[in-house]
Design a protein around this ligand. Structure first.
Ligand SMILES: Nc1ncnc2c1ncn2[C@@H]1O[C@H](COP(=O)(O)OP(=O)(O)O)[C@@H](O)[C@H]1O
Ligand code: SF4
Ligand SMILES: [Mg+2]
Length: 328
């Protein structure tokens, strides 16, 4: 999709993932293509159950035991296929080169170990003195806006507010200078004011640390503010993707259009979740024959029921999986 082709930190090609269950095979991701160019922030947006976490877990090779990955799928991280890495390569990649920030900071922090010790532990691979590691940890806390960082190193997670804890998680994620930072709904647990502060911080850090980010959110407003490119997912497929302004101003897929038509104020205040579109996500065990969005699509016409649409270019930096783009 990224027409200028520049170097890509992450390149996901034809990724299909199914889960074997007692009810049948859940086809959670189907032929997903997306990429994160170097020093760019790519946002993934879509309703719950559309496959966002399955995509991230595939990148980190943390899929559940009942997952089956398609034979032709590739997930290239800086040119190396993650799906074919051995355990040693995976460990090195997860700890040092890709960092994660989770929705709930408490899942990432150990409640009974001081922040300073947890941060120093991340640096265990580096040949540094204990004092040097403490200094580095305090410096990172300062970078993410924690006041009086040297003293606060001895505090425990519960002594910080929710917003401060998420700042600490971001500091920890950045400590190894990762090539890619993955954030899975990092502000969903915070109130709107703190959310805005964290987004501001992430933009600021991106400029200072030159790291690429994959940012998962169901909040379109945040995606618009933070990201350079957007990937819209629906029921296990990428239905539209492109450069952020182009996609927001010229959305072509009816699903994206329906998301955008909803009042942004409502997204912010009432639920802070995707506004509901009539109908529900299809059963991923028994998929419709034609377009995956067909059963909910107000613009459906005759080709839509016969076979699924391909991905068609809107322009060089924007594509959508909808027959209307092909026939325009
Ligand atoms: N281990 C699993 N076994 C069976 N189904 C799963 C498993 N993990 C996820 N799924 C299903 O895969 C689909 C995508 O889930 P997920 O990637 O968690 O979506 P999202 O993160 O967008 O909410 C959902 O239908 C979910 O129920
Ligand atoms: S292909 Fe048809 S059913 Fe699918 S989103 Fe486009 S118009 Fe709607
Ligand atoms: Mg998820």
């Amino acid at each position: 999709m990224n027409a200028n082709g520049g170097d890509r930190v992450l390149e996901v090609r034809d990724l299909s993932v199914s889960f074997r269950t007692g009810r049948g095979v859940v086809r959670a991701l189907r032929h997903v293509d997306m990429a994160v160019p170097r020093n760019k922030i790519v946002g993934i947006v879509g309703e719950s159950g559309c496959g966002k976490s399955t995509l991230i877990n595939s990148v980190l090779r943390l899929l559940a035991a009942n997952a089956v990955v398609g034979d032709s799928s590739t997930v290239l991280f800086r040119g190396d296929d993650v799906l074919r890495m051995n355990d040693r390569q995976l460990r090195a990649m997860r700890g040092q080169k890709i960092s994660m920030v989770f929705q709930d900071p408490m899942t990432a922090l150990n409640p009974v170990i001081s922040i300073g010790t947890q941060m120093a532990d991340i640096l265990y691979r580096l040949d540094m003195t204990a004092a040097g590691k403490r200094e580095r940890a305090a410096d990172m806390l300062a970078q993410v806006g924690i006041p009086d960082p040297m003293r606060r190193l001895d505090d425990y997670p519960h002594q910080f507010s929710g917003g401060m804890r998420q700042r600490i998680c971001i500091a920890m994620a950045l400590m190894m200078n990762p090539a890619l930072l993955i954030a899975d709904e990092p502000t969903t647990a915070l109130d709107v004011t703190l959310e805005a502060q964290i987004i501001h911080l992430m933009k600021d850090l991106r400029a200072r640390f030159e790291c690429s980010m994959l940012f998962v959110s169901h909040n379109l407003g945040l995606i618009a503010e933070l990201c350079d490119e957007v990937v819209v997912m629906y029921a296990g497929e990428v239905v539209e993707q492109g450069e952020v302004h182009d996609l927001f101003h010229r959305a072509k897929h009816p699903y994206t259009q329906m998301l955008l038509e909803c009042d942004p104020a409502r997204i912010e205040k009432a639920s802070r979740a995707l506004p509901t579109i009539q109908g529900s996500v299809p059963d991923l065990i028994d998929l419709p024959r034609g377009c995956i969005f067909g059963p909910r699509c107000p613009k459906r016409y005759e080709p839509c029921d016969a076979s699924p649409p391909g991905t068609y270019g809107v322009n060089a930096i924007h594509s959508a999986r909808c027959f209307q783009v092909r026939d325009a």
